[in-house]
Design a protein around this ligand. Sequence first.
Ligand SMILES: Cc1cc2nc3c(=O)[nH]c(=O)nc-3n(C[C@H](O)[C@H](O)[C@H](O)COP(=O)(O)OP(=O)(O)OC[C@H]3O[C@@H](n4cnc5c(N)ncnc54)[C@H](O)[C@@H]3O)c2cc1C
Length: 431
Amino acid sequence: MSRRVMTVIGGGCSGAIVAAHLLRTRDGTVQLVEPRDRLGRGVAYDTDDAWHLLNSRAGNMSALADVPDDFVRWCAWRRLRGGPDDFLPRRAYGRYLEATLDHAAAAHPGRLRVVRQRAVRVAPDAVELADGTRLRTDWTALALGHAPTTDPLGAPAGSPGRIGDPWAPGALDAVRAEEPVVLLGTGLTAVDVALSLARRGHYGGVHAVSRHGLLPRAHTARPGDPAAAPRSGAPGPLALPTGGESLGKLLRMVREAMETAADWRPVIDALRPRLDALWRGLTQEEQARFLRHVARYWEIHRHRMAPVVGTAVERLLDSGELTVTAGQVARATASGVALTDGRTLPGRTVINCTGPGCAARTGDPLVRGLVADGLARFDRHGLGLDVDDDGMLLGHDGLPSGRIWTVGPLRRGRWWETTAVPEIRAQTAAL
Ligand SMILES: Cc1cc2nc3c(=O)[nH]c(=O)nc-3n(C[C@H](O)[C@H](O)[C@H](O)COP(=O)(O)OP(=O)(O)OC[C@H]3O[C@@H](n4cnc5c(N)ncnc54)[C@H](O)[C@@H]3O)c2cc1C
């Protein structure tokens, strides 16, 4: 009888964790399909900039659900400075993910096959690669990451003066130190780009713009009390939503808890294990309202900057090198980016830092093919693909595909928070 073949498409963070897990816990061959040279890196960890730090403490970043301190132990073994409460460089984390996969492959020789290609089509029993090769498969996990970002000004890729993907190698090399730059977006990507420019000696001014004009908040140097302790003298214990509340009630409860707590951060962190129940407890309309009006506020509190990054950003703001504007971009002009209210942000170099796109708008032939073939459908908000409780794809008829699973950002519409390592490793263990 031939060996069971399990295929993982995408060898970034999620794909490396899934492949390592399959090697450790299952029999059969694991095919990992990834065009990038370096495994485990994906978009987030493929940076060589030592200043690009994790936005989570090292103690939360184990790739293995059954070995919670695995990353911290790996760091100690590699003699990297930093303990469980520290925010380490993302490049170290990428190396750790690759080492985790290498270690699993070495312990199970001959079972991992890495295919350095892009997959363009998936059927229940086969995966087609860009060069036309068909791989047989019994079971497939899609770990494709986020849908590519779209340019809010509608500029086609490669337009002069436009940097569509700030993570691409050498993307910032053409920016001259003295010229002003406009960043579309004010989230963690914009923060990384502003800091990278500053470290390259850029002094021409960086102007970041987004609808709300909100920067991510910063972590405290040490973790807060996970019990979300109330301020002394405040009536406690804090009441947090558990799921099934209306959006209005949920927001009221969270706001009250944040105002009553000694520090709001542990309140947000205490919500994390409940997020699935909270999200699913909302009606479809409430979820849509959350995405339109609340998501940005959630993101800046939930996805925080490392303290040292927060301090560096403060410095850039204080010096005037970085400005942050709330506004709606209208069009690029000869001298900068015009906003709908008539203001113009100076800078002929425009960098797209708007973050992930929506699956429903993706041009990826693999995703579009799955939907066209009836093997998948977009979730109700178009953020990712529709899946069941286990992450298995639901076909156009709403029935499970039986053989194709998803891990990570593609599950966004069903789970909402599904992109960080703690969620990815939990999904992998459950898979
Ligand atoms: C800048 C940044 C910093 C982050 N920091 C943290 C942090 O500190 N802590 C935390 O918990 N989370 C963090 N995250 C979130 C998180 O870890 C990621 O979103 C995570 O990397 C998702 O992994 P992924 O493998 O699903 O996607 P990706 O890392 O994007 O990988 C997807 C991979 O799939 C490949 N691929 C795509 N399509 C195909 C195809 N058709 N065929 C073959 N291969 C394909 C791509 O080449 C890519 O390598 C961060 C995210 C970003 C962007």
